[in-house]
Design a protein around this ligand. Structure first.
Ligand code: FMN
Length: 220
């Protein structure tokens, strides 16, 4: 039984009056989570739709507060950090993380970046020591598995693909995943949405099939 943190990042809802507007990434994630729930594999389910309810952007007060020792924080600084504390607590509790996200302008939506900015925090999810030489940052969380579900209008963002050099979504999430404590990463990618052709249909079918397969694996 797992504690699952599910982050959706599309600005579109999963279901809309016009189904052409339904979020692909959210629906694939929903399929995965539904399967886990049907297999009674989720002990606690924590859900955030950051596309619809974006976390606050960090600012100068936030940076000032995170570099203030915990016992010196003013009441005002504690308030500045309250949202970050809550998001980090959700992350710490989880052993499994699902992030579903569209590609916007070749990277992650600003709303998802805002979530990462709130949780990648000194002495909470990483610590810093110049004694470590050229890589002074060290992640503090461990032992989690991460499923990244993406939807893109174009295609060929994988290693060796025709748009590999424009691929700033999954590589960015993978770079940050160590601060989530992710030690195992799975990916589901749905491509070709803007082409609306057979390739898109195939990609969608494969993505849903992979969501089912992975749910079986994650349930055991
Ligand atoms: C603002 C915006 C920017 C986008 N930028 C890209 C892009 O850079 N590359 C791409 O392949 N698709 C891009 N798309 C297409 C989306 O990635 C595609 O529609 C995807 O299915 C959206 O995910 P969702 O269906 O879960 O909302 C963009 C769409 C929007 C609305």
């Amino acid at each position: 039984m797992s504690t699952l943190l599910h982050i959706d990042a599309s600005v579109h809802s999963a279901k809309n009056a016009n189904p052409n507007h339904d979020s692909i990434s959210k629906n694939i994630a929903k399929k995965f989570v539904n399967h886990l729930q049907q297999n009674n594999a989720i002990a606690e389910y924590i859900y955030r739709d950051v596309g619809m309810n974006p976390p606050s952007f960090i600012n100068q007060s936030w940076v000032g507060a995170v570099f203030t020792p915990a016992n010196k924080l003013t009441l005002e600084q504690k308030e500045v950090l309250a949202e970050s504390d809550e998001l980090i607590n959700e992350l710490v509790k989880a052993d499994t993380i699902v992030i579903s996200t569209p590609m916007y302008n070749y990277g992650m939506p600003a709303q998802l970046k805002a979530w990462f900015d709130q949780i990648v925090r000194i002495n909470k999810t990483f610590d810093f020591d110049l004694q470590r030489g050229d890589f002074p940052l060290q992640p503090l969380l461990t032992g989690k598995r991460l499923l990244v579900i993406t939807s893109t209008g174009e295609f060929g963002f994988e290693a060796g693909g025709i748009r590999e050099s424009m691929s700033h979504l999954v590589p960015h999430i993978k770079t940050l995943s160590k601060y989530l404590g992710a030690e195992h990463i799975d990916e589901i990618a749905c491509e070709y949405q803007e082409f609306n052709d057979q390739r898109h249909q195939r990609s969608l079918t494969n993505a849903y099939a992979k969501a089912e397969q992975l749910a079986l694996r994650y349930a055991n």
